[in-house]
Design a protein around this ligand. Structure first.
Ligand code: NAP
Length: 266
């Protein structure tokens, strides 16, 4: 495998810092630049915590793409910025690997069409942790047999989007095999709004936000006399990096947009 040239957007963020470490530690990856909203024109190595990482920092994405040749953009920013970055990367024939969550269905559709038109790979993965992908796959298997299911997703209190991208993706996967059902008592009423969480195709999703947490999800199925709980916990952000690495390698060999790592791992 030849060297893959990478740009990282959001390098000072919690995920971005780990991604910089991962790219630096991977022999066939080469970090060529970073996109930030501060420190324009400086070297990343001038910023605390990045000693020895001598790559330029850009604020302007167009300038970055015109001055630096890259194969892949890893985006770990915010929903608004991540969407703009992904679109610009595709327009410039740079393959996006996007961990940023919170894109709308409309945005996903538009990016899918753009990737198809440009015949260029793009991977948007709401969760890079292999264990979380398995949790979603196991939930999809179980949803065929259990119509009644609720999700409790738990994240750190700095997370911007709710419910999490992983919870949304899990409901989408379960919807494909689960017979539609409005859960709970037919005359159920919330005495306080929000008490039953978000309702997605009749499945309820509860979002917990607390300091101390990283990324956790519990999928609880119920039937007569039994429950089944499938749970995954990420205890640090390094847990996501083996997935980011697989996505960077895979995106080089695909020509469409792939939404979710479950389409990549067997
Ligand atoms: P974070 O710590 O807040 O980092 C986000 C970074 O993006 C910050 O450094 C921020 O800069 C930077 N940023 C914001 N606007 C920007 C812009 N216009 N240009 C360049 N950089 C910009 O967040 P995080 O915890 O690392 O999470 C990042 C994203 O990944 C979120 O969407 C989160 O939901 C998602 N996530 C995905 C996974 C997965 O497995 N797919 C796992 C965890 C998190 P400032 O510091 O100046 O604000």
């Amino acid at each position: 495998m030849g060297t893959i040239k990478v740009i990282i957007a959001g390098p000072r963020g919690r995920m971005g810092k780990e991604a910089v470490k991962m790219v630096q530690a991977t022999e066939h990856f080469q970090l060529v630049a970073v996109l930030d909203r501060k420190y324009d024109g400086q070297l990343l190595s001038e910023i605390e915590g990045f000693q020895g990482v001598d790559v330029p920092v850009y604020i302007d994405i167009d300038q970055c793409f015109s001055e630096k040749q890259a194969d892949v953009l890893i985006d770990l920013t915010t929903p608004e910025t991540g969407y703009v970055h992904t679109k610009k990367a595709l327009e410039n024939n740079i393959r996006p690997v996007v961990g940023t969550t919170g894109f709308t269905d409309e945005q996903l559709k538009e990016l899918t069409a753009l990737a198809e038109e440009k015949e260029i790979g793009c991977i948007i993965a709401p969760n890079f942790a292999i264990g979380a992908i398995l949790m979603m796959k196991f939930s999809e298997m179980a949803a065929k047999y259990f119509q009644d299911v609720e999700i409790i997703e738990l994240h750190h209190d700095q997370k911007l989007d709710a419910p999490s991208g992983t919870a949304l993706k899990t409901t989408q996967m379960m919807s494909q095999v689960r017979e539609a059902k409005k859960q709970g008592h037919p005359e159920e009423k919330e005495t306080i709004s929000g008490a039953r969480g978000a309702n997605i195709d009749g499945m309820h999703v509860h979002s917990v936000r607390l300091p101390g947490l990283i990324a956790h999800q519990q999928v609880i199925f119920g039937a007569d006399g039994q429950t089944l709980t499938i749970r995954h916990d990420s205890y640090n952000r390094a847990s996501f990096m083996s997935g980011v690495k697989v996505c960077v390698e895979t995106v080089m060999n695909v020509k469409t947009l792939i939404y979710g790592m479950e389409h990549i791992i067997d």
